[in-house]
Design a protein around this ligand. Sequence first.
Ligand code: 5AD
Ligand code: SF4
Ligand code: FES
Length: 361
Amino acid sequence: MDRQAIIQWLRETEPNRLSELWRLADDLRRREVGEQVHLRGLIEFSNYCRRNCGYCGLRIDNREVERYRMCESEILGCAEQARSFGYGTVVLQSGEDCGFAADWLARIIERIKQTTGLAVTLSLGERAEADLRTWKAAGADRYLLRFETANPQLFEHIHPPVGGEKSDRIQLLRTLRELGYEIGSGVMIGIPGQTFEDLAVDLETFRELNLDMIGVGPFIPHQATPLHAEFMAAQDRPEQVPNTEAMTYKAIALARLLCPRANIPSTTALATLNKATGRELGLQRGANVVMPNLTPPEYRAMYEIYPAKACIAETAEQCHGCMKRRILQLGRKLGVGPGHSPNFRAPHLAEQSTASAWPPA
Ligand code: 5AD
Ligand code: SF4
Ligand code: FES
């Protein structure tokens, strides 16, 4: 599929043609990654952030946010809960928090691996290579870092450099891969200034990077950020990608077609646009992963990347029950085992079935 074909799909509005896109993505998902929906337990362990991203409610200039960092025993408690729910993975997510030592987190990763055996995914923003190495050695399996947009001007505009240091997330993703991480990335759909051509290039970049995981969700404007006003101003431009539910499904379906074996979540941002059936429709249009929230209730509301985030008032138990019910109602299966990307597993390791070593002791 070339760029023009991608753009044509992104601009498609005819219902029968769109049904065809959903069917192609769903068929390929079934064939390449099967009926299992993998559950990744999300632990938002710190909302401190040194950055000032123009889109994010946790940006350093937002003084309205009360900041928190969970302690080791709280994080280990969440990981234990993930194990008891039967999840294969925990995702440790934070802002670019420079208030903890790399060794502190390394010890937590080691403990999670020792006590639960779960796969550990990190989502901590841009970090020093030495720290990424330390966490890999401690047992971390995967790293999520969205490049947000492949357009360098747009990226710099929405993601101002810290201390004059330019970010190169694409390069950092390549470094992560060399360090042995499974790598995940993604973009927001409908950032003000994002054109159809931009989004098509983003999708091509997923393919080029040979990503193991791809997360896409709608951009949701947050009042306390500069992109809120830009969003309002951008809406009547013909080239502006809308931040709609439909556009998000198109991006999920196209990501599946371009990267058949990637793990693709049906994201919380999508569920935020359509709380009733957004997650389900994502899973039926290319996605094969969900990320139930394990963050303790007292911290959830403080992790407000964007407003009206789904699951903000629920407990881990409630999200667990909700997610399980939704997956089974679709006629899909609950994921068993760590759910590594079949894309990542080297061919010579293919017979070492991860399922046979499951559940961990
Ligand atoms: N709307 C939607 N997604 C957002 N993110 C950050 N701010 C917003 C927003 N306002 C996404 C970014 C980031 C991920 C953790 O959350 O893509 O990488
Ligand atoms: Fe910080 Fe991440 Fe939000 Fe940017 S998107 S301000 S790095 S938490
Ligand atoms: Fe959290 Fe449904 S997954 S309430």
